[in-house]
Design a protein around this ligand. Sequence first.
Ligand code: HEC
Ligand code: HEC
Ligand code: HEC
Ligand code: HEC
Length: 284
Amino acid sequence: MRTEGNLKLRALMAALVSTAAVLASFASFDASAQTSIKDSKHNLGSTNSTGTSKFDGTTEVCVFCHTPHGANTNVSAPLWNKTAPTTTYNMYSTGGSYSIDGTEATVGSVSLACLSCHDGSLAVATMINQPGSGGYDANGAVLAGSWTNPIADGGIDPATGKMRAGAIQNLTGDLRNDHPISIQYCGGGLTGSGTTVSGTCVDADFKLPATKLVNGNQVFWVDTAAGTTGQREKTDLSLYTRSTGGLGPMVECASCHDPHTTANPTFLRVSNSGSGLCLSCHTK
Ligand code: HEC
Ligand code: HEC
Ligand code: HEC
Ligand code: HEC
């Protein structure tokens, strides 16, 4: 009887252990299927484990860019926790391209958010609402702390807390040597209504974008081969519209980059293997 009881117990234990193992493997499967900004170079806080620059003033990740309250609504990035740079930008179109078709607006939209660190003018740890209670300053202030582990070819200059001069991550205010941003998609000519794109691209060498109406705003994106066709997803290339100017869908930094993803190197929305990213927009 005792032996039989032990056997039953052992069988039960074995079943439990294997169930636990299966559950654990599900849990780890879930975790590995998700890509997190925590494992990327955009984890600027002290918990960064990528081996590049980290700031010892906070363990928080999102706070370098977002705040739940008191956000800067002058920058078109969600719940933005930084002040806008006051840099004068030299746009791609002033660099003398003979073939460019689209109208370039002044730098705005989500690109201004990226450039609030990536033009090298503001300290990266500048925040409107610092972690914890009582840390609000509408003009932005630099969080106390220092940069540790800055790598030689990385973007951070630990002395200034800004992007390092000469680093590729520091785009500076001279955008003539960067892919055009704040520029009309396909040279302009497109409008949208509901899920229908109307008009003709001024430059025909582009894929037609998709559109839909969300909360009264017409949003546009270029559907990529990744994900589900016809759905707007983070692996699609977002196009942005301005409330004034009627320029239609535009390309900005976050059309190509998702600042949270680790799915592809350099925060790209889709892999650029075989120039897949470029060919998602350009018909070449
Ligand atoms: C380095 C800056 C940066 C950090 C850090 C950051 N974000 Fe963002 N986030 C952005 C920018 C820029 C956008 C706008 C991107 C776009 O237009 O798609 C954005 C958009 C979003 C959006 C809306 C669009 C989407 O992709 O879903 C959410 C939600 C979001 N962030 C959540 C978070 C959370 C949560 C964290 C921390 C775990 C975080 N972000 C950290 C820069 C950042
Ligand atoms: C989100 C869509 C999109 C993606 C992705 C994209 N481009 Fe572009 N690209 C544009 C738009 C829009 C223009 C402006 C075209 C115009 O107005 O004539 C442009 C302009 C250019 C120009 C300048 C053309 C000129 O006439 O001066 C070059 C070169 C270029 N892209 C190359 C690339 C390469 C290489 C890649 C991949 C690394 C790429 N593009 C990815 C949309 C995109
Ligand atoms: C809060 C400041 C901040 C903002 C805002 C920010 N970045 Fe960054 N970004 C950084 C820092 C810091 C690094 C890493 C520098 C280093 O240590 O090499 C970085 C790195 C990168 C890299 C290089 C990644 C690599 O693998 O080498 C890309 C690409 C990038 N950012 C794009 C963007 C884009 C696009 C946006 C806007 C959607 C954005 N960033 C907004 C601070 C920022
Ligand atoms: C048309 C697509 C496109 C747009 C728009 C774009 N990028 Fe990129 N970006 C790329 C690609 C592709 C790479 C990877 C290049 C490589 O592999 O060296 C890249 C790389 C980078 C890097 C890392 C450079 C390196 O070699 O380590 C940074 C930082 C960056 N982008 C920031 C930005 C910012 C900020 C903006 C807006 C001002 C922006 N990008 C707009 C396509 C784009």
